[in-house]
Design a protein around this ligand. Structure first.
Ligand code: FAD
Length: 487
């Protein structure tokens, strides 16, 4: 096809698909080639899980609400899109996080990094753990590192290093929040490989995480230097107008991308120029509308179960079927400050499974994110649903709201009536990377590369669920597809 543009179909209009489309055009530009990209998504709305609602002066996130600022791909993309000046950090006055234990909120000891203690004194003083639990955690300094390099579950690893109490009361509610998962089923290598690396390098998880923290402290913030210091030093960031700012900016930057919204990719076919003729495209993507799109390359960014349906006729998809998804919901409630009766001194709390509440966490959104609410209002976001406890997601609205209100009344004494409530259900939305996930998906990709050059499968189901990880994976997909087609 000398002189004609490269044709790409991107399946999925979430952040992974939009980033793939953006970086496909970028890569084409770098290579001095022309490209035509068509983006397909069954929803009429771009963004996938990212979904910001603006209501009555509030900025409400119905999906993800922020991202880890030390992961640079999202900051780089924000810069490229010209929206980096819109970045905001968390309220520095709301640094404290709480953990529910026996019905009471306990402040998380300072120095916890991803649930791992890196400061000894505050951890030793914490009211969250028994003396036995603390001593068991400190055994981490003495226990030799495991020589086994095979993957294991995150829960087994943490229990091995720090003991069951730290695992269940601290690490599990904090880390499980990211995956809504069961730590005993999640792959260590695919979720927190830095833990294993800390053990391997330093012979102790605590020592290793302390060293990582020192190193991270020495690295300058990735945020643009024009941003205020408080924003640049924030661990989490978002945009003043919510995460949809990024989707809107991508949407604008991708004006030349063809869109097929409200339409699903239902299958694709691989053609053989030897038997099907020279003029036929290497691939044809069939849409639910009946349209067929010619393609030189395809990037599939749909969740693992949808990607598996598309790939199954062509390749073994066991690695994709092995990724189970958990359903979750969140209940956002807005209040008038004058009737609320409570001042928050932190950003919210997480709940260990053993507490038996309906909610798994509660973010004090108006305290944590000052841009999210008018100053005379309060915004709370309560999370429900986790691995093994998903039925609650489908309770009728009134029962779900009542269960959540009971929990916040019991835990925080909140009795005020909300001005409004927004419920968002995200069915099968949280991928659970099983033990051995990275090895199995690498095999799948190697096979794809050799048997179907130009077809790439990526997104949150693969190598990181965080927004920066999805953007990085979109970029890797674009580079990978071009490489597999043209070297
Ligand atoms: P998606 O956003 O799921 O997009 C995939 C798209 O594929 C969808 O739009 C879907 O319609 C489309 N699709 C499916 N089948 C087809 C088909 N056959 N043809 C065409 N299109 C198809 N991450 C953070 O970094 N910070 C957070 O605060 C955070 N909080 C979260 C809170 C919740 C409740 C959830 C669910 C996730 C959260 N995450 C967070 C994770 C993050 O939001 C996701 O990992 C990320 O948005 C996934 O992006 P994606 O593009 O890979 O997938």
């Amino acid at each position: 096809r000398e002189g004609l543009p490269d044709r790409f179909v991107v399946i999925g209009g979430g952040i992974s698909g939009l980033s793939s489309a953006f970086y496909l055009l970028w890569e084409a530009h770098l290579r001095g080639r022309a490209a035509v990209v068509t983006l397909v998504d069954p929803s009429e709305r771009l963004g996938g899980k990212i979904n910001t609602l603006k209501r009555d002066g509030f900025v409400i996130e119905k999906g993800p609400d922020s991202f880890l600022a030390r992961k640079t791909p999202i900051i780089d993309l924000a810069r490229d899109l010209g929206i980096a000046h819109e970045l905001v950090g968390t309220n520095p006055a709301a640094k404290k996080t709480y953990i529910l234990h026996k019905g009471k909120l306990h402040a998380m000891p300072p120095g916890l990094v991803l649930g791992i203690p890196t400061e000894i004194a505050p951890f030793a003083k914490s009211s969250l753990l028994s003396w036995g639990g603390k001593l068991r955690a400190f055994m981490d300094f003495l226990k030799p590192a495991s020589k086994d390099t095979d993957d294991e579950s995150l829960g087994d690893f943490l229990t091995r290093r720090l003991g069951p109490e730290v695992m269940e009361r601290v690490a599990e509610p904090l880390l499980a929040g990211i995956y809504a998962g069961d730590l005993r089923k999640l792959s260590l290598q695919a979720t927190f490989p830095q833990f294993k690396e800390a053990e391997r390098k330093h012979g102790s998880l605590i020592r290793g995480m302390r060293a990582n923290k020192r190193k991270a402290g020495a690295v300058p913030s990735a945020g643009p230097s024009s941003l205020p210091a408080a924003v640049r030093s924030s661990v989490f960031m978002t945009f003043r107008g919510g995460l949809a700012t990024m989707i809107d900016a991508l949407n604008e930057a991708l004006v030349d991308v063809d869109r097929r919204l409200g339409v699903k990719a239902v299958a694709f076919r691989q053609n053989d120029p030897m038997t099907d003729g020279e003029d036929v495209a290497p691939y044809e993507v069939l849409l639910s509308s009946g349209e067929v799109l010619d393609a030189d390359g395809i990037v599939i960014t749909a969740p693992a179960f949808d990607a598996a349906d598309l790939l199954e006729p062509h390749i073994n998809v066991d690695a994709l079927r092995a990724v189970q998804y958990v359903s979750v919901a969140n209940v956002v409630m807005a209040f008038d400050k004058k009737n609320f009766g409570i001042d928050f001194d932190g950003s919210g709390f997480v709940v260990p499974r053993s507490e038996g509440t309906t909610i798994t966490a509660c973010t004090w959104t108006s305290a944590k994110w000052l841009h999210s609410s008018p100053s005379n209002k309060v915004l709370l976001r309560c999370y429900v649903g986790r691995s093994g406890d998903e039925e609650v997601v489908d309770l009728p609205d009134d029962q779900l709201t009542e269960a959540v209100r009971k929990d916040i009344r019991d835990v925080m004494g909140i009795t005020a009536t909300p001005l409004f409530t927004e419920i968002t259900r995200l069915h099968k939305s949280m991928p659970q990377y099983p033990v051995g996930h990275l090895q199995e998906t690498a095999k799948l990709r190697t096979k794809l590369r050799s048997e179907m050059p130009g077809v790439w499968v990526t997104g949150a189901a693969f190598d990181g669920v965080g927004l920066p990880d999805c953007i990085r994976q979109g970029k890797e997909a674009a580079v990978g597809v071009y490489k597999s087609l043209f070297g």
